[in-house]
Design a protein around this ligand. Sequence first.
Ligand code: NCD
Length: 313
Amino acid sequence: MSLRQRHLLGIEPLAPDEITALLDLAERYVVLNRSGRKHTDVLAGLTQINMFFEPSTRTQASFELAGQRLGADVLTMQVAQSSVRKGETLIDTALTLNAMHPDLLVVRHPSSGAVNLLAEKVTCAVLNAGDGRHEHPTQALLDALTIRRAKGRLHRLTVAICGDIAHSRVARSNLILLNRMESRVRLVGPATLMPAGAADLGCEIFEDMRAGLAGADVVMMLRLQKERMDGGFVPSMREYYHRFGLDAEKLARAHPDAIVMHPGPMNRGVEIDGLLADDIRRSVIQEQVEMGVAVRMAAMELLADNLRAARAG
Ligand code: NCD
């Protein structure tokens, strides 16, 4: 079981067998995380530094817990309060941290490509925790694990990804992963929230949500990312909910066993009905959070293996 890359910067470089191996390893961590003793020493002696240049609740907590459960020394930089505020560049910050000899660097950044750039400058393994509109690989992997557990497979599924696709690194990483695993992806949302060139991404596009959900096995809702919008992408929240908000009536178009997903944080009553989000017969939103810790443990273990092999060789 191994990853061919030194870093986890995106789903794009991963082959299907690597995705499957990572998810299989994560399954073992699901068991550990549900047990009374959640500790291993897989990362003992290694240092993990988390740098979040954008606000994050679950991803940051998830990476911290994952590192701690694997026995690493874990430091989370409060970037908003650090020298970055004083004008230090991303690269300077990275080189300063690199001098402290971290083994794993977890980075979230508002600019697409920033994490790749940083990975070129440091000697440790870098994990992308979300860069701009580009990629969010551990989110797509935790979504894949959640889907595989609910549906028993990752191939020949119809997955509707709905809402603010244009601003979403979650949509991009999921689209790449699901295509690679031979599932069919539909992107559903208003034309103003579709990325340019969406039609070339190997998916179907729907502006009518009921048509887009018809027969879907998985309905993945996305947050309306107002912080990445600079103007009138949607007429009003009410109108948006009416046309693209997931409620029981629209969900009835999907397969009767369809699961409902959302990466969080949710805008209840904007992209999803609050009661539906909490309905554990349909919604796997809490399970996604649980799978997040396991998937991050697996990813860090595989990258640490590579690091040790490189140092030994
Ligand atoms: C997502 C992100 O930050 O890209 N959230 C997450 O990681 N759980 C999606 C979002 O912010 O809407």
